[in-house]
Design a protein around this ligand. Structure first.
Ligand code: ADE
Length: 274
């Protein structure tokens, strides 16, 4: 996969040289190219921002440097294939970044990122880009960062680990929370390693039993309990068809039952006994 990032702070993206993403680059699985936005200015002050039309606080990023930077990226595709990148614009007003969106982006051969500083980029840049390439405006959460660079790091890391060959088998993403399949919409429960007893705290006995069926069932119950505690909003997305009779029993113990009329799992209201 090729990834281009245009930013006024290329040094902010240095973590892309480290760990999983750094290794994927070194192995040629990821081709990451950073571009300094100020290289595309034409005045002595290398200005990238100006005051907003209509008034208000803060500054807005000027269209010309962004257009020049994006043109340079698109033009570097090579005449033959006519391929364009998918432009990812991190913004708190974007569509929520989820594992499903990470999967979708991991299927594209080429991503370009346009992280903004200040109040954002002049809207016409995004509207014009959308006429030439797919554009996805993405929020990594309901909070406001000082700029989109950290969001780029988040998105690139989540996407890179899904690319074929990036993770070894031992660290596969099949069992990730939120991944489609049996763990969909479930948070992972606790994990343990040696020693078997630490500061008078033993590891749960079942994990030492060697009984893989029992261990899998225990982990799943832990995931149900964790999800109920941390993300009760996920419960109504659980799929009845993904639950076997052991699951239904474990869920009943946690006060969750299948509600046929609504076609959803529901928690027993607090204080109400079955
Ligand atoms: N830029 C500033 N805040 C952001 C957020 N929450 N997500 C993506 N980009 C951002």
């Amino acid at each position: 996969m090729r990834i281009d990032v245009v930013t006024i702070f290329p040094e902010y993206l240095e973590p892309l040289n480290v760990s999983l993403v750094g290794k994927a680059r070194a192995r040629g699985l990821l081709d990451v190219r950073l571009h300094g936005l100020r290289e595309h200015t034409s005045d002595v002050h290398r200005t990238v921002d100006d005051s907003p039309y209509g008034g208000g606080p803060g500054m807005v990023m000027k269209p010309e440097p962004w257009a020049a930077a994006l043109d340079g990226i698109v033009d570097s595709a090579g005449e033959a294939d006519g391929e364009v990148p998918t432009l990812v614009v991190p913004t708190p007003s974007g569509r929520p970044f989820t594992q499903a969106l990470a999967q979708e982006l991991a299927g594209r051969p080429w991503l370009a990122f346009a992280p903004a500083r200040y109040e954002g980029i002049d809207r016409r840049v995004i509207d014009a880009a959308a006429e030439r390439m797919p554009v996805v405006e993405v929020s990594i959460g309901d909070y406001v960062l000082a700029g989109g660079e950290v969001a780029v790091l988040v998105i690139v890391e989540a996407v890179a680990r899904l690319l074929p060959g990036v993770l070894g088998n031992a660290e596969s993403h099949q069992d990730d929370s939120f991944a489609p399949g049996r763990m969909a919409d479930l948070l992972e429960g606790p994990v343990y390693t040696k020693p078997a007893e630490w500061r008078d705290r033993p590891v749960p006995e079942v994990l030492l039993s060697g009984n893989h069926g029992l261990i899998a069932r225990w982990r799943r119950e832990q995931a149900f309990a964790r999800t109920l505690a941390m993300r009760p909003d996920l419960v109504e997305r659980w799929d009845r068809a993904a639950m076997d009779k052991h699951d239904l029993k474990a869920l009943a113990g946690l006060g969750v039952h299948w509600d046929e009329p609504s076609g959803r799992f529901r928690r027993r209201p607090i204080g109400v006994e079955e």
